[in-house]
Design a protein around this ligand. Structure first.
Ligand code: ADP
Length: 368
């Protein structure tokens, strides 16, 4: 049986919002329900200050929707952004709802139980190799013997299912948590499994951010040393809210050489700085090209600029990844170079970057 938006809205219309705010259907409004196949996502507009009192309602709505015929995965989030008809909304969000229950991270955001470090992989714009880096960084960290997960939060173009050759859908475990899939020894969850990403394109930043923060907490990650989050590209509202509301231990910025001297990567660095997330460093992707014929390195773009720019900005430079057709071919085939072509210069570069990131996170030798 196929579930429709009307089915979802009908069920939400039966649930009263707390504090006399109409029904949950009113709180979801036109934009707040997305259905794709059996994947259901609901965003409820609330006052930020009410998040704690809303949390049980959110949970029980999620459970009721999960029981509807045709629903495979469902996520209900609280978003303190759109003003519901009756009243304006303060900033804040669902993170507050869980603040009481979980230990606080250094920035005062509740940490994830059993996940020691969370690292954002970000870029100032799309197409620079952010997802490829996130995937290979995760595999490099796993090769060091660390327990690693990847959250594909790139709602504008989730690519982890392809990069890790994942075909299945996540299971729902006890407690209604989603069970991540396993690929090459890494636990992988993608926002693409949960949300209709086409529809999410039109969501405002805070709706995107609350979907991702909710997802972070509704996944049964188990014990992890590091969770790598592939961020949505850019530095808009969604990215800023995510950086603010996620208990990040640090961020890695991916850039191509020509962009680093431009404004995009700098904006990414500034964004994380503004919200107090430590910058673990900059990766220069597609840094140089190794010619098949002559075997020489060709610096297609000016060389050394990224390192100099990173130094100027006071951010560590993590290394250069060559532009290598093998990277693209293997990425498209779901066979990441770090594990399937470990002798490629790109694979070595990713492993070296992973070592530096682990050290910066205090997870290197002697850090565990
Ligand atoms: P983003 O996440 O920044 O949008 P992707 O990681 O999806 O970027 O990469 C964009 C495209 O570039 C993909 O086709 C990918 O395979 C390719 N690519 C990324 N890094 C490299 C590299 N070092 N060498 C060759 N191709 C690459």
């Amino acid at each position: 049986m196929t579930v429709t938006r009307s089915d979802i809205l009908a069920l939400l219309a039966e649930i009263e919002a707390p504090f006399g705010g109409g029904t949950l259907a009113d709180r979801a409004g036109e934009d707040g329900v997305s259905v794709a196949g059996g994947r259901v996502m609901v965003s409820l507009a609330i006052h930020g200050a009410d998040a704690i009192r809303w949390e049980p309602v959110r949970k029980s709505a999620q459970e009721s929707l999960q029981d509807l015929d045709g629903v495979t995965t469902v996520m209900v989030t609280l978003t303190a952004e759109r003003a519901p008809a009756s009243a304006p909304v303060a900033s804040g969000g669902s993170a507050q709802a869980r603040a009481a229950a979980a230990p606080a991270s250094p920035r005062g955001i509740p940490a994830l139980a059993n996940v020691r470090r969370i690292v954002a992989v970000a870029s100032g714009k799309g197409g620079v190799g952010k997802s490829t880096t996130a995937c290979n960084l995760a595999l490099g960290l796993a090769a060091m013997g660390l327990k690693v997960g990847v959250l594909d939060a790139d709602i504008y173009g989730p690519s982890m299912p392809k990069l890790f050759a994942l075909k299945g859908q996540p299971r729902i475990a006890e407690g209604r948590t989603l069970v991540p899939l396993d690929a090459y020894g890494v636990k992988v969850m993608s926002i693409g499994f949960v949300v209709d990403t086409e529809r999410a394109m039109i969501w405002r930043g805070p709706m995107v951010a609350s979907a991702i923060t909710q997802m972070l907490r509704d996944v049964a990650w188990g014990d992890l040393d590091v969770l790598v989050v592939d961020m949505p590209p850019g530095t808009g509202d969604a990215q800023l809210t995510l950086a603010q509301n996620t208990p990040l231990s640090g961020a890695v910025i991916v850039s191509t050489p020509q962009d680093l001297s431009l404004i995009d990567a700098r904006r990414g660095i500034a964004m994380f700085r503004d919200v107090g997330v430590p910058l673990l460093g900059v990766v220069e992707n597609m840094s140089y090209f190794i010619c098949d014929e002559c075997g020489k390195r060709h610096h297609i773009f000016a060389h050394g600029g990224a390192r100099a720019e990173a130094e100027k900005l006071g951010v560590p430079f993590l290394g250069e990844v060559p532009l290598d057709p093998v990277v693209r071919e293997r990425s498209d085939a779901g066979m990441p170079v770090t594990v399937t072509a470990p002798d490629e210069p790109a694979a070595k570069a990713y492993r070296d970057i992973a070592r530096q990131v682990a050290l910066a996170l205090g997870l290197g030798k002697g850090g565990r």
